[in-house]
Design a protein around this ligand. Structure first.
Ligand code: NDP
Ligand code: OXD
Length: 306
């Protein structure tokens, strides 16, 4: 069995070593133009030339959860696209989102400013029930985040394409449930995949439906958010702030207004990192299962877009 590795911006050697150890019978190599056909590929942002040449692939294993960039390319016919299925990401995402929500709710930024000014100042405790959190996307990451927020007793709402039941979470689904979901939420956490249906979904109209003093946490994709609409809602005071991990252009351009905005906290697309060892173990076991004709989790539906 041949496995080819084509991950832009990723140091190949540790991945090759791990894959070779996990699949000792396989030939694992970095893809070069003109390389022989492989059975499976491990990829991140591969060039179109790679997919054009590797036309007989059975499995295309993305080393991330989001497959939006991959699905924009022309894929070999019949290939199964497989996303990372948690592999240590959901706990990181839960940490990140709970941190962002609690930091806002408990006004830690305000305390930090006061402390820097040498001020010993109390703020009036806020009522938790006045900070309902809405989680958009209740998949592998969104469900974990919604459950983690419940541990801190925030009222939690969730929204997905198809109906879901999660203990302690008020769930809404589809277009019919969207308006009630938004108007029930004050803090909005985006964990949707980027698809034709979800691009630009965070805009003046939808963010304007949040309760006054709303807060946005975008940890999915930059193209979900209409950036000028966010800036306008922050300026008008309808939104109190935002924590952003993903951006339309990454790295965020030096002159971008988000960098120094007083109401925006940003991080460099780091909320849930791909963990190499967990990912290799998951991909290797899925390759073994596919070769044995067994079903695997995390197969993407290209028509649906995730
Ligand atoms: P999943 O595919 O497991 O879950 C997606 C969820 O979104 C599902 O609940 C799905 O509904 C819902 N959904 C999809 N389309 C719609 C729609 N049109 N309307 C309403 N709900 C919809 O994805 P993950 O949880 O694994 O990951 C989510 C995204 O997080 C990734 O696609 C990626 O972009 C991003 N990500 C960001 C990272 C970072 O570091 N910033 C790291 C990892 C991922 P249903 O359940 O009904 O299918
Ligand atoms: C992912 C990401 O999709 O890192 O896994 O954004």
């Amino acid at each position: 069995m041949k496995i080819t590795f084509c991950c832009t911006g990723t140091k190949a050697e540790p991945w090759l070593e791990g894959l070779r150890k996990a699949l000792p019978d396989a030939h694992v190599d970095v893809w070069q133009p003109g390389a022989p056909q492989a059975d499976h590929a491990v990829v991140w942002a591969p060039p179109q030339q790679f997919l054009d040449e590797q036309s007989a692939l059975k499995g295309l294993f993305n080393i991330g959860a989001g497959v939006d960039a991959l699905l924009r390319l022309k894929l070999p016919p019949g290939v199964q696209v497989v996303r990372l299925d948690d592999a240590g990401m959901s706990v990181q995402m839960a940490e990140y989102v709970c941190h962002a929500v609690i930091r806002h709710f408990r006004e830690f930024d305000g305390y930090e400013t006061d402390v820097k000014a040498g001020k010993w100042s109390y703020r009036k405790p806020r009522e938790r029930h006045e900070f309902p959190v809405g989680v958009m996307g209740l998949g592998v990451l969104g469900e974990r985040v919604a459950r983690a927020l419940r541990v801190f007793e925030f009222p939690v709402h969730g929204w997905s394409r198809t109906p879901k039941a999660i203990e302690g979470v008020s769930t809404h689904s589809g277009e019919v449930g969207f308006d009630t979901f938004l108007s029930s939420s004050r803090v909005l956490v985006n964990l949707l995949p980027l698809t034709a249906d979800t691009q630009d979904i965070l805009n003046r109209k939808t963010l304007g439906r949040l309760r006054p003093g709303g807060y946005l946490v975008n940890v999915a994709r930059g193209a979900h958010l209409v950036e000028d609409d966010l800036l306008a809602l922050l300026d008008s005071g309808h939104l109190a702030g935002a924590t952003l991990d993903v951006f339309r252009t990454e790295p965020l351009p030096a002159a971008h207004p988000f960098w120094n905005h007083p109401k925006i906290t940003l991080t460099p697309h780091t909320s849930a990192r791909t963990l190499r060892d967990e990912s290799i173990a998951q991909i290797a076991s899925k390759i073994r299962a596919l070769e044995a004709g067994l079903p695997i989790a995390g197969v993407v539906d290209p028509a649906r877009g995730y």
